[in-house]
Ligand binder design. Structure first.
Ligand SMILES: [Cu+2]
Length: 366
């Protein structure tokens, strides 16, 4: 019953969205500083699908009750709230909202520190890491977001999507911060665009998968903070694909201080993802007032994406390099004043060149 009520609430939320969402997008994009040359930023999703045969689903996961000055670290949330079953997810975007459905961000003391979506179901295994143990959660990682809330689209060129079967469910891993002196309810929201398997358009779709390239390999993504100018890398052969894969899209995730994430094929970068700071007001701390920890500090607000960027051949090792410069953008601070850990991840969405789905390639951890 609860899930039915939530499902109805979700439908209602989608129905009510168009005007607000479009205005917010265009306002944010109009106010933003110009992009550095060569950097492409994925378009925010609106409440209207842009893919033939597709539908939108907005889901609000929560509420997560935050105490004053509280950080909730890597909590799992097992949910039956699915955007669709028997479908291909073609685009996704995360956000953080309050009870009223208003977007909340760093300028109001609210951090979507990070979140990860796992598909759990029969034989769901991570493409690179098999049975995941780092966060104690099994399944197939399909999406993640830091506070930058970068949208991902898999079908910019060609018909690709993440396949959701009838019995798949979602696990959300969430990591949230309330920097206010008052309690707040947070909602982690997801906007999904999907093509139902029953639609004629789905016939031409191929299953995409997420190759999660992480400086901690199959670890918990968190590495010790360092100051200065440096690079952090994964193992050079973190993933050695067993077949040829088309590279559909990719983008990087860092913590403050990170400037660039490179997805490597052999010793060559195939996707440079620039990390941009403070391009709209939500990502800049005010000089004073509730929730301000670092007055005036600019945080990561946008990340460069690569789209349709080639093929990785079977046997070519893939890895990741994260480049930091904390002189340019200082490390973020924990509530206790310590330097925050760093991350370096390239989320690379791939699909087998021959169209056959491959499942997990890794030997599952025992
Ligand atoms: Cu992170």
């Amino acid at each position: 019953m609860k899930s039915l009520i939530l499902a109805l609430a979700t439908l209602h939320a989608v129905a009510a969205l168009p005007q607000v969402s479009k205005c917010q997008n265009s306002a944010a994009q109009m106010n933003a500083a110009p992009l550095p040359p060569g950097v492409f930023i994925q378009q925010k999703l609106s409440a209207t699908p842009t893919t033939p045969g597709a539908k939108m689903s907005k889901i609000r996961y929560g509420p997560f009750s935050m105490k004053p000055m509280q950080m909730i670290e890597n909590e799992p949330y097992f949910t039956n709230q699915m955007p669709c079953q028997n479908c291909f997810i073609t685009a996704m975007e995360a956000n953080l909202e309050d009870d009223a459905g208003k977007t909340i961000n760093i300028n109001e003391g609210a951090w979507l520190h990070h979140m990860v979506l796992y598909l759990r179901g029969l034989d769901r295994r991570d493409l690179i890491c098999g049975r995941l143990t780092a966060a104690g959660i099994g399944g197939q990682r399909i999406f993640a977001s830091g506070n930058e809330r970068n949208p991902v689209r898999l079908n910019t060129k060609g018909d690709y999507g993440l396949k959701v079967d009838n019995d798949d469910k979602i696990t959300l891993l969430y990591d949230l911060v309330n920097n206010l002196e008052t309690p707040q309810n947070f909602w982690v929201t997801m906007m999904y665009e999907y093509v139902p398997m029953s639609s004629p358009e789905a016939a031409s779709y191929t299953e995409a998968q997420l190759a999660w390239l992480d400086i901690t390999d199959c670890g918990d993504s968190e590495a010790p903070p360092q100051r200065g100018v440096y690079s952090v890398t994964s193992s050079p052969d973190l993933w050695v694909p067993k077949q040829d894969y088309k590279l559909l899209t990719a983008f990087g995730h860092v913590h403050d201080g990170g400037q660039m994430v490179q997805a490597m094929a052999g010793n060559k970068s195939v996707c440079d993802s620039a990390q941009l700071y403070g391009r709209s007001e939500g990502f800049i701390e005010p000089m004073s007032g509730p929730g301000t920890m670092n007055p005036g500090m600019q945080h990561v607000s946008d990340v460069g994406s690569c789209v349709d960027f080639g093929v990785v051949k079977a046997g070519t090792p893939m890895s990741v390099v994260a480049k930091y410069d904390t002189n340019k953008n200082p490390l973020n601070k924990e509530m206790d004043g310590h330097d925050q850990t760093i991350m370096g991840i390239s989320f690379v969405y791939v699909a087998p060149v021959d169209g056959a789905t491959s499942g997990a390639e890794a030997v599952p951890a025992t």
